[in-house]
Design a protein around this ligand. Structure first.
Ligand SMILES: [Zn+2]
Length: 140
């Protein structure tokens, strides 16, 4: 036995069991198949699964586009920040603390270890994590 998803001309979907695919063809040609909901004899195999993966593919593509867009915006923000900020590399922790202690508004960016970041935060230095590796880094 095989089961087919059938659909009538009024778009009613229903399942029907047949002994074989030729059994289905035979019953269809002899007009023995009809919709259990409206009685229409204009029935055929319903279009199956293909619509589902196509939709999920579209969704995935949209999501990845949205992610790319968000990343591009973040990158632009970081580039703008870098243009107004001095890259100080590994001296970041010392520079940031010096600026903080001198009350300067100068902006710097660079690398710091998690311990340095924790210490800076404890000293009240405002820090902003950058989403991307700064351009100035020599091994980038
Ligand atoms: Zn129907």
């Amino acid at each position: 036995m095989i089961v087919y998803d059938l659909v009538c001309d009024a778009a009613h979907r229903f399942e029907a069991w047949f002994g074989s695919s030729s059994d289905y063809e035979d019953q269809l040609q002899r007009g023995l198949l009809s919709c259990p909901l409206c009685g229409s004899a204009k029935v055929g195999k319903a279009v199956m699964a293909p619509a589902v993966p196509a939709k999920s593919n579209q969704k995935a593509a949209t999501q990845s586009l949205a992610t790319d867009d968000a990343m591009a915006r973040l990158l632009m923000l970081q580039r703008a920040f870098e243009a107004n900020s001095d890259y100080v590399g590994d001296r970041f922790a010392a520079e940031a603390r010096a600026i903080h202690q001198a009350g300067e508004t100068r902006s710097v960016h660079g690398e710091a270890t998690p311990e340095e970041i924790r210490a800076l935060r404890e000293d009240g230095v405002s820090l902003l994590p950058l989403p991307f590796r700064p351009r100035g880094r020599s091994d980038a």
